[in-house]
Design a protein around this ligand. Structure first.
Ligand code: IPM
Ligand code: MG
Length: 370
């Protein structure tokens, strides 16, 4: 099989971690005989400051034709559009909305050897096997639609409105996606039961009531346990009782907030990978941002980016019924797992002192030995 992959490293540490993700992709390409035709485009806030554009003109069209897109991170201090929005966000949203990537899949998995980051101490509270759930975040509506604005009078901003749009179609497709994903997993760590938790704020919000109603229509068509949680309760339950969770599905902004929180259960943002999936396209990106204060120092943890590439291999394997891509996805996860278990080399956020590139090299080495 041969695939066309577009890399968009973006800003700050996005550039460094994406380099490691690409290195790992090249390693599996050699090892498993899969050919990847890769193209890279500059984009983001730094690119905007240099060129006045958020992305090269031809990049979006190329992403549309590609089999998958790998994004680094977006956002740079001082890079703001004339309307006050973050320069580069147009790239993320251009892809999420433009390619209709409605399911944002964000796994929270604690690998053996990694300590969670609660209290910012390297304490081990849970057995690694108790943290293994996925949050599926709706990605094309909610608070993220361009249905917002300012009322300015005499140059003074008097009022700001953000409307939250929830549609039946938007709910249906992401909830169905979550149930299908659940069917391919082995259930919650606590009891092995397949469970999809509907996370909302339906005690207050109308959009969440529609979300829950659609969840209730879809749930009986799958042999999966139903579960409900208001978002406020959910944030404490995943900390107190992570082993109960298998798959959780939620609307856009609730998922944005919950996934940063969930990342501390898996060792921090440097470990949090994600996939943005639609019916025809997909984009893969670490959940973390561009971390300007660490940019250019070869310090950032590349594992979130490497695991995002791993999710891409798994997606391509399923989508194209390509056993080698599936095997390669398994090998990347195993290689990452073996480096983490050995405990070196690790970056500062996991208690080590290694460079970003050394972690990438170690994962490549482990793949070669697999
Ligand atoms: C994320 C990020 C983005 C979002 C930002 C960078 C626009 O926080 O992917 O979680 O809000 O979706
Ligand atoms: Mg976020």
């Amino acid at each position: 099989m041969s695939y066309r992959i577009i890399f968009l490293p973006g800003d700050g540490v996005g550039r460094e971690v994406t380099r490691e993700g690409r290195k790992v992709l090249e390693a599996v390409s050699d090892h498993y005989g899969i050919s990847f035709h890769c193209e890279s485009y500059s984009c983001g806030g730094q690119y905007y400051l240099e060129t006045g554009k958020e992305c090269a003109d031809e990049a979006f069209e190329d992403c549309k034709k590609a089999d998958a897109v790998v994004l680094g991170a977006i956002g740079w201090p001082g890079a703001t559009l004339p309307d006050g929005n973050l320069a580069g966000a147009g790239v993320v949203f251009g892809l999420r909305f433009g390619l209709d990537l409605y399911a944002n899949v964000r796994p929270t998995k604690l690998y053996p050897g990694v300590r969670h980051r609660i209290c910012n101490e390297f304490r081990q509270v849970w057995k690694p096997e108790s943290v293994d759930f996925v949050i599926v975040r709706e990605n094309t509506e909610g608070c993220y639609t361009p249905t917002r604005g300012f009322l300015k009078r005499g140059g003074i901003t008097e009022l700001a409105v953000d409307s939250r749009i929830i549609t039946r179609k938007g709910c249906e497709r992401v909830i169905r996606f979550a149930f299908k994903l659940c069917m391919n997993r082995k259930g919650a760590p606590k009891d092995g039961k397949r469970r999809v938790t509907c996370v909302d704020k339906s005690n207050v919000m109308n959009g969440c009531q529609l979300f829950r109603q659609v969840y209730d229509e879809i749930a009986p068509t799958y042999p999966v346990e139903r579960d409900y949680s208001y978002i406020d309760a959910f944030t404490q339950w995943i900390i107190r009782n992570p082993e109960f969770y298998d798959v959780a599905v939620t609307s856009n902004m609730l998922g944005d907030i919950a996934t940063d929180l969930a990342s501390v259960l898996q060792g921090g943002m440097g470990m949090a990978a994600s996939a943005n999936i639609g019916d025809s396209h997909a984009m893969f990106e670490p959940v973390h941002g561009s971390a300007p204060k660490y940019a250019g120092q070869d310090k950032a943890n590349p594992i979130a980016s490497i695991l995002s590439v791993q999710m891409m291999l798994s997606y391509l394997g399923e989508k194209k019924s390509d056993d080698r891509a599936k095997e390669a996805a398994g090998a990347v996860e195993k290689a990452v797992g073996s480096v983490l278990q050995r405990g070196k080399p690790l970056t500062y956020d996991l208690g080590g002192e290694a460079r970003c590139s050394q972690v990438g090299d170690a994962v490549v080495e482990a793949i070669k030995q697999s």
